[in-house]
Design a protein around this ligand. Structure first.
Ligand SMILES: *Cc1c(COP(=O)(O)O)cnc(C)c1O
Length: 370
């Protein structure tokens, strides 16, 4: 991630004023507790649980280790059904556990795993489904849960994009067996690096807490081959400060989203991904689709914007199934993933972050319209 101020990148981490962070650092220096479930770590788990509306949350050093640990905590093995239309960490977490990913195509409008195509991919080895709430848009959680219940499968949501997203019943993080968040610098809520697992009960959280600390259950007993996935006090403190500002940041993102939609309405061949009416969205991304009726190809538009100092991203192109460690799998065959391939070829995620101002949105929109 570059930070050249002349350039506009797809996102810019939201940083509260530095002087607000100093008192947190002073406390860490005073206490000398730098990590291992320190006071800021405990406070952040509590505060995030309240903010997100979930009861049990375990903080992690990053979202990828959280995904790997989530699979371990439920002892997932064999095959797991997942989406090719995601960041590569989703399926890497499976490979790190010796699990075979089985890719299933996505829905055209939500970019999420298509429940209608899941059953055909289930085999006797299937133990779980790992969908992604892509761009923070909720998966069809009811349909996925119905399949999981029928075939006795676990559901682990990669909710890295879904911080603060709610549906009619509350946080979307309450669905499935586990949900995994990322607090990476590029995400809506960040702790520089960080992540978390949301789980339904205290017993599961205890197992997760052991796994993220080498498997230690107490000073002298190690109950599992755990990893080091702990979040440090500096990261947790930054999260607490960030949380104070997150509502303002989300409100700004909403305005950016609305402003783009106004500017781009009527531009022939450009389709803004539909507003998700089921969700209270977090506006983490602003995906547009460059359709056949547009004056140039998606990649030419991508290049034109870059030439003008605007750096959108083609999330998610290439698809996970295009990478060498996946493309040999039968489920990675292009014939089986027409919707994901089409989306990957048309998608462009425009810059969106709290400090993107109206003039900049106008500039970006005019380059696209003109
Ligand atoms: C960011 C992201 C991850 C990985 O999270 P890190 O905190 O960067 O390890 C996993 N899945 C998706 C969909 C992501 O966007």
């Amino acid at each position: 991630m570059s930070t050249d101020p002349q350039q506009i990148y797809v996102t810019q981490p939201y940083l509260p004023p530095l002087d607000e962070f100093i008192p947190y650092l002073e406390k860490i220096w005073e206490s000398r507790q730098l990590t291992n479930n320190g006071p800021f770590h405990q406070q952040l788990e509590q505060a995030l649980g309240e903010y997100l509306g979930v009861e049990h949350i375990a903080l992690f050093t990053n979202g990828t280790i959280a995904l790997i640990t989530a699979l371990q905590s439920l002892r997932i093995t064999g095959e797991v059904i997942t989406t090719p239309y995601s960041f590569v960490a989703t399926s890497h977490a499976l490979l790190w556990n010796g699990i075979k990913p089985v890719f299933v195509d996505i829905e055209r409008d939500t970019f999420n795993l298509d429940p209608a195509k899941i059953e055909a991919a289930i085999t006797p080895q299937t133990t779980a489904i790992m969908p992604v709430h892509c761009y923070g848009r909720s998966c069809d959680v009811a349909a996925i849960q119905a399949i999981a219940d029928h075939y006795n499968l676990k559901v682990i949501y990669d909710a890295a994009h879904a911080f603060g997203v709610r549906d009619a019943g509350g946080s979307i993080l309450r669905h499935g067996d586990l949900s995994v968040l990322s607090f990476h610098a590029t995400k809506v809520f960040n702790t520089f690096e960080g992540g978390a697992i949301v789980c339904p009960d205290a017993r599961t959280k205890l197992r997760i807490d052991h796994l993220k600390n080498f498997g230690f259950a107490n000073e002298t007993s190690v109950v599992a081959p755990g990893i080091n996935g702990k979040m440090s006090e500096v990261n947790a403190a930054f999260g607490l400060l960030q949380l104070k500002h997150v509502d303002r940041a989300l409100a700004r993102r909403r305005i950016v989203d609305e402003t783009y939609r106004e500017h781009l309405r009527g531009v022939k061949g450009i389709r803004c991904a539909q507003v998700d009416r089921v969700n209270h969205s977090n506006h983490a991304y602003f995906p547009i689709l460059v359709e056949a009726g547009y004056s140039m190809s998606r990649d030419d538009l991508f290049q034109k914007l870059k030439d003008n100092g605007i750096h959108p991203r083609r999330y998610f192109y290439p698809l996970i199934t295009d990478f060498p460690m996946y493309r040999g799998l039968p489920s990675a065959h292009p014939d089986r993933l027409p919707v994901a391939i089409d989306a990957a070829n048309r998608i462009l995620c425009l810059p969106i972050f709290p400090d993107l101002d109206t003039a900049q949105i106008g500039t970006i929109s005019r380059l696209i319209a003109g």
